[in-house]
Design a protein around this ligand. Structure first.
Ligand code: NAP
Length: 255
């Protein structure tokens, strides 16, 4: 981990020890990138990084709890010392706030009775954590020839889809935590994209679909590799690619 070459493509995926982030890390490694497996638990991070290496990829664990400023700063320092730059940041780490219950079935997120501490915890990870990590990594991204930021949102983040009472999303249980945290992430994506457009840093949000992972107790119907492919696609777009966009497997998603 001590190469300084600007030709070495380096990607950091937060929350990459399992689920969609882990699959995205595997796929980015298959494309030849050096992948930094962000994980708040170093043992789980190293296990995932070792699995990528065993499959022939170049991966290294980076201890990173997006809600812990000390680990965010230490991760940026570590990447700076070892690589001197970062090409791809995938802000994937996220929580539903409802344990192993799918956000779609989370009765504890109903707005009129929600626990405000739970809302705060969800925003701390899904929104404030993204700001903290992005700002810590921006100096490194600015040294890349083709910097990309991908924020992992959700179709449920779409205010348009959610406000259609006849659509499939309007029928979901109302949520004051997970869903609005991801809507805030969409808004944040546009604000970062607008700030960074002139520097050639492309910033987009993605909706992976309803993917079978621990976050929904594996009730999702989209295979994890398929959901992660959306992240990888936006992480590897060319310099003529979009910024300030929101994409799913099917193409652009309404805001
Ligand atoms: P998952 O299997 O539960 O994975 C979540 C990952 O985030 C885990 O690695 C977890 O680490 C990590 N994480 C949570 N809090 C963190 C923190 N404070 N700092 C660092 N890492 C943290 O869930 P997933 O389904 O793959 O979700 C990945 C992303 O996709 C999330 O942002 C989620 O909201 C989004 N998403 C998922 C779906 C879906 O259907 N699955 C749909 C739309 C969007 P630990 O292992 O330590 O807990």
């Amino acid at each position: 981990m001590n190469e300084q070459s600007t030709h070495q493509r380096v990607a950091l995926v937060t929350g990459a020890n399992k689920g969609i982030g882990r699959s995205a890390a595997e796929q980015l490694a298959e494309l030849g990138m050096t992948v930094l497996v962000g994980a708040r638990n170093p043992v789980r991070g190293e296990e995932a990084a070792a699995a990528v290496r065993a499959a022939g990829g170049d991966a290294h664990a980076v201890t990173l709890d997006v809600t812990d400023p000390a680990t965010v700063k230490a991760a940026a320092t570590q990447i700076d010392e070892h690589y001197g730059h970062l090409d791809v940041l995938v802000n994937n780490a996220g929580i539903t706030g409802s344990g192993q219950v799918s956000p779609q079935d989370a009765h504890d997120q109903i707005p009129s009775s929600v626990d405000l501490d739970m809302v705060r915890a969800v925003f701390e990870t899904n929104v404030f954590g993204v700001i903290a990590v992005t700002n810590a990594m921006l100096p490194l991204l600015r040294r890349s020839q083709s910097p990309r930021i991908v924020n992992v949102a959700s179709h449920a983040a779409s205010v348009s889809l959610m406000s259609d009472p006849d659509g499939p999303f309007g029928a979901l249980l109302p949520s004051a935590a997970y869903t609005p945290s991801k809507s805030a992430l969409l808004a944040l994506t546009v604000q970062y994209a607008n700030e960074l457009r002139k520097e050639g840093i492309l910033v987009n949000a993605v909706a992976p679909g309803f993917v079978a992972t621990d976050s929904n107790n594996h009730t999702g119907f989209v295979p994890v590799e398929q959901g992660a492919a959306v992240l990888v696609r936006l992480a590897t777009i060319g310099s003529d690619g979009p910024t300030a966009g929101f994409f799913g497997e099917e193409g652009p998603v309404p805001w």
